[in-house]
Design a protein around this ligand. Sequence first.
Ligand code: NAP
Length: 195
Amino acid sequence: MKTVYYTATSLDGFIATEDDRIDWLFPLGDVADTGSADFIAQVGALAMGASTYAWMLAHAATIERDFGSPWPYTQPTWVFTHRPLPLAAPGARIHFVQGDVRPVHAAMAQAAGQRQGWVVGGGDLAGQFFDAGLLDEAILQVGSVTLGRGKPLFPRRCTQPAWRLLAVRRIGEGFAELHYTLPRPGSGAGTASDA
Ligand SMILES: NC(=O)c1ccc[n+]([C@@H]2O[C@H](COP(=O)([O-])OP(=O)(O)OC[C@H]3O[C@@H](n4cnc5c(N)ncnc54)[C@H](OP(=O)(O)O)[C@@H]3O)[C@@H](O)[C@H]2O)c1
């Protein structure tokens, strides 16, 4: 299963403010222009951390207004958490898990079949998949704003080998979408990967 970290980020590398707000994203463009619906159609399994899931619980009414359900995904989703969290909607295909990402990735791959895995966020969870050699690509919609501080895009040091840029796409004035293929950690001399 190809596993992709697909997210929007500020120019200075934050995916949310320190108090988990992403309202700065919405004025930057229309989600319909980002291609996210096409991406999600290719996804067979999702993984996300507890803060990302908690954001969806907190915004269930808005999500229901926009998608017709407080839980917008039909694909199975694995939520990483150490605490009990409520199910977002009756019948939502959500698995609550903790610890090592490797067995979760295996379960995601089995569920996804020919489709790809989506690591929704946050950045450290994407880093855990990367550390395990299980993150293949990153698709980043870089918004034309800076936050100064917040929840990090990818709290790892990846220098050698660098990520390889596959494609760049302009989305209006608000976003540049960068599509990368990722090296395996330790696959090149001088690779540094620290949290
Ligand atoms: N800009 C965007 O497009 C975008 C995309 C995705 C997310 N976001 C936002 O970005 C923020 C991300 O928050 P975040 O950086 O705190 O990351 P997060 O991954 O959403 O949440 C981190 C939490 O997940 C749990 N967790 C992570 N790995 C785990 C593991 N291996 N085992 C068990 N639990 C684990 C822990 O929660 P506990 O131990 O407390 O249970 C940890 O504190 C959210 O506000 C989200 O809404 C933005």
